[in-house]
Design a protein around this ligand. Structure first.
Ligand code: CIR
Length: 257
């Protein structure tokens, strides 16, 4: 079965980091309601949701994806690229400790989990404003013994690699080729987002189930044409904080609970 670690939306979310978006007011109640629908969607798919309490002084702490990379054999605690986000790591480390051996990215390495796309034994790491070569080297050292490859992939125009490409099915990626080059993903089926929906490449795959945003109807038609039937979850408030669907959970398999 799967466990999802999530965290309640911080009351200070309106002070979140922003890189590619202009600041617009975020309605805290609406963000919380949408986040509870997200957690309910995970539960309805059989995922056990462990929700951590909000962090009043850490505006971006709802985006738990960025502070750890959880694999079958271990987890890596990140050193987020934005200094304001580094204090988010400790509480997630505590939540993960019962389930995985933990490694830690050390300075000068920085990486956000949103930059790490894991496909089987391959990790693609976005070379973004948040993640750097030192972190990639450290990840390689930790993960090579388990048979993983770790490859840096340039991204531009968006915050994270997973803003530009995510896994939509076993051998299929959903991609915005304006933000990351397709050539890095040879051998996989690629579904391109509709060019009028640049933010549409972030889908959350859990086993064979896909959670997706209703904000991208043209790309939904492309997913459906490929035989995929996403569960739609509206995340429009947290999108104003530059967050997407994958950002709000750390999902991993467990043998027993
Ligand atoms: C940040 O800039 O760090 C947050 N406002 C948004 C993080 C979104 N996380 C993600 O895409 N994995």
């Amino acid at each position: 079965m799967y466990i999802a670690i999530t965290r309640a939306v911080s009351p200070s979310i309106n002070r979140c980091e922003l890189t590619n978006l202009e600041r617009v007011p975020i309605d805290l109640d609406r963000a919380r309601t949408q986040h509870s629908h997200y957690e309910a969607a995970l539960s309805s798919l059989g995922v056990e949701v462990h929700s951590l309490p909000a962090e009043p002084d850490l505006p971006d702490a709802v985006f738990v994806e960025d502070v750890a990379i959880v694999l079958e054999e271990c987890a890596i605690l990140t050193r987020p690229g934005a200094p304001s986000r580094r204090a988010e790591v400790a509480s997630v480390a505590k939540a993960l400790a019962p389930y995985r051996k933990l490694f830690t990215i050390e300075a000068p390495g920085t990486v956000d989990g949103g930059d790490v796309l894991t496909v089987g034994k391959n990790l693609y790491v976005g070379l973004s404003t948040r993640s750097n070569g030192s972190a990639i080297e450290q990840m390689h050292e930790y993960l090579a013994p388990f048979g993983y490859t770790v490859q840096g992939v340039p991204v531009s125009g968006c915050l994270h690699l997973k803003s530009a490409v995510t896994q939509a099915a076993a051998n299929t990626l959903l991609i915005n080729p304006e933000w990351v080059e397709k050539r890095h993903f040879r051998g996989m089926e690629l579904i391109e987002v509709d060019s009028s929906e640049p933010y549409a490449a972030n889908a959350l795959l859990i086993g064979e189930n896909l959670i997706y945003s209703p904000a991208y109807p043209k790309t939904i038609r492309r997913l459906e044409a490929a035989g995929l039937h996403p569960h739609l979850v509206d995340q429009s408030e947290l999108a104003k904080a530059e967050g997407a669907l994958t950002c709000c959970s750390l999902i991993f398999g467990v043998e027993f609970t």
